[in-house]
Ligand binder design. Structure first.
Ligand code: GLV
Ligand code: GLV
Length: 328
């Protein structure tokens, strides 16, 4: 029987399907596993299901002498040394597609909350300061008819763009590779370089993966290109934004606001962020909808079972693994 280790308790009954074929053990603590703890358990495992902050580096992968699959319970996989896994013939899986709509919903929740100061307004009412309607109370910025800038136009960025139709928005996008014309036409997307997107968009939403190229993609210089009325939304990975530069821009009112679901030193917060009224903060909950999280379980389970049974899963990050096996 195969052994599979899961680094966190997961929602719903999805793991039961794995238990029919595998011995499944779950890290008992309600916190992220450490590298040392991973190193201890990994030698006995045929597969591991990991979370997005688990440090699955080359040492951990090397210690997995029986390891055939690493299934990350996330679409992002910047916590995994993909090259090391590929060299050792270990399949890496993620959870694309099933969380795109939920993450796009959250990006929009942050966008609307930041634009219309919903969190400030909530605090205002709760604290008993609401003494009556007032012409200048909590003025925000209008969303309808504005320009949306999508940075990173993969599945999530496209889902965010699709929602903009109801807001009558013009949509600019920047992506490493330009999308096919048919997709641009269907979603009413206009391709532009990053500087143009930053200069022209009223709302800029980040949806790129974290790679060496995208680390601090938005820094002091990029923030200076943005309009004073602009709002920056980040539901991707914290280090895509230079958080100190963003704090400075928000403090000085050089942009109107921000909505952040992810942080540079996650879970640590820049000490000034929590004091700024013009930023809406969320604890990395982009995919945190019940149905979504259960679909993510189903997807990692199907992927692990496929790898253990020798077939190629749909959610494979490093397809080279199977190409190499095919030529063996
Ligand atoms: C969440 O951030 C994910 O990558 O799924
Ligand atoms: C994530 O799946 C993306 O491509 O945006």
């Amino acid at each position: 029987m195969y052994s599979v280790f899961v680094t966190r308790k997961l929602p719903g009954p999805g793991l039961d399907r794995l238990r029919e074929f595998c011995e499944v053990s779950i890290f008992p603590a309600d916190r992220n596993i450490t590298k040392e703890e991973l190193l201890q358990v990994i030698p006995q495992q045929d597969a591991v299901i990991t979370m997005l902050a688990d440090p699955v580096d080359a040492d951990v992968i090397a210690a997995g002498s029986k390891l055939k699959a690493i299934a990350n319970y996330a679409v992002g996989f910047n916590n995994i040394d993909i090259a090391a896994a590929t060299r050792r013939g270990v399949a890496v899986l993620n959870t694309p597609d099933v969380l795109s709509e939920a993450t796009a919903d959250l990006a929009w929740a942050l966008l609307l909350a930041a634009a219309r100061r919903v969190v400030e307004a909530d605090g205002f009412v709760r604290s008993g300061r609401f003494t009556g309607w007032s012409p200048e109370l909590l003025l925000g910025v209008e969303v309808y008819g504005k320009t949306l800038g999508v940075v990173g136009a993969g599945r999530i960025g496209q889902a965010v763009a699709r929602r903009a139709a109801g807001f009558g928005m013009r949509i600019l996008y920047y992506n490493r590779r330009r999308l096919p014309k048919a997709v641009e036409q269907e979603l009413h997307l206009t391709y532009a370089d990053l500087a143009t997107v930053l200069q022209e968009a009223d709302f800029i939403s980040l949806h790129c993966p974290l790679t060496p190229d995208t680390r601090h993609l938005i820094g002091a210089a990029e923030l200076r290109l943005m309009k004073p009325t602009a709002i920056l939304i980040n539901t991707s990975r914290g280090p895509v934004v230079d958080e100190a530069a963003l704090v400075a821009a928000l403090k000085e009112g050089r942009i109107f606001g921000a909505g952040l679901d992810v942080f540079e030193q996650e879970p640590a917060l820049h000490p000034e962020l929590a004091r700024l009224p013009n930023v809406v903060l969320a604890p990395h909950i982009g995919s945190a909808a019940t149905e979504t999280r259960q679909r993510m379980v189903d997807l990692v389970v199907s992927g692990v079972l496929a790898v253990l049974q020798g077939s190629r899963p749909s959610n494979l990050v490093n397809p080279e693994i199977f190409e190499r096996e095919g030529s063996r």
